[in-house]
Write a protein that binds this ligand. Sequence first.
Ligand SMILES: [Mg+2]
Length: 232
Amino acid sequence: MADDIRAILLDIEGTTTPIAFVYDVLFPYARAHLREYLRDRPDRSVIDLLKQEWADDASAAPAPAATAPELVTYVESLMDRDRKSPGLKQLQGLVWERGYRDGLLKGDVFVDVRPALERWHKRGIKVAIYSSGSALAQRLLFSTTAFGDLTTLLSGFFDTSSGVKTSSESYRRIAAVIGCSTAQLLFVSDVAAELDAARSAGCQVVLCVRPGNAAQRVSADVRVVHTFDEIH
Ligand SMILES: [Mg+2]
């Protein structure tokens, strides 16, 4: 790693965590427990946010007076379309929160993640997460891993409220919050389009190739790693 790196920004799915955990564990869990969550004691602000999104969603059937069962159907349609809607992300975070607290869900990270976080932490490098999952969902994932609570080694959790991952502006914003320049920020991700955006913002980038990841096309000068052991 270059000496001028002050902070590392990590993607989750396909980088710290197997993509299969998200698609085979988290998403099915949210879908299976959604109805029960909305029936029991839903958070009012997320319900209002979803209703507003529904009213603004031109691709969905209009539903001005959405009732709870209708809202379930709408949320399921968002999941079917893999929409990264803020309301859906927040709702999923709340459903997962219950699962993590009940011990039914445990965050999955690759075996090299904890040693790397400790190594970087010791060197005084700040490590933050940037994922399209909500900041709450990120905290829950990293606090319940088989390697213990990793949130003490992390100094920030950024989600789409900082902007989308394919926009350069998001990386400028995040660097400013972390308190370093984009040139001092190393972004690690499994998706070439995200690395391109970070690079145009001036960040240093590394492509992470994990088992189960989709093949990516990156320019020849982008560094590729298979585990965090390679990032010293
Ligand atoms: Mg990813």
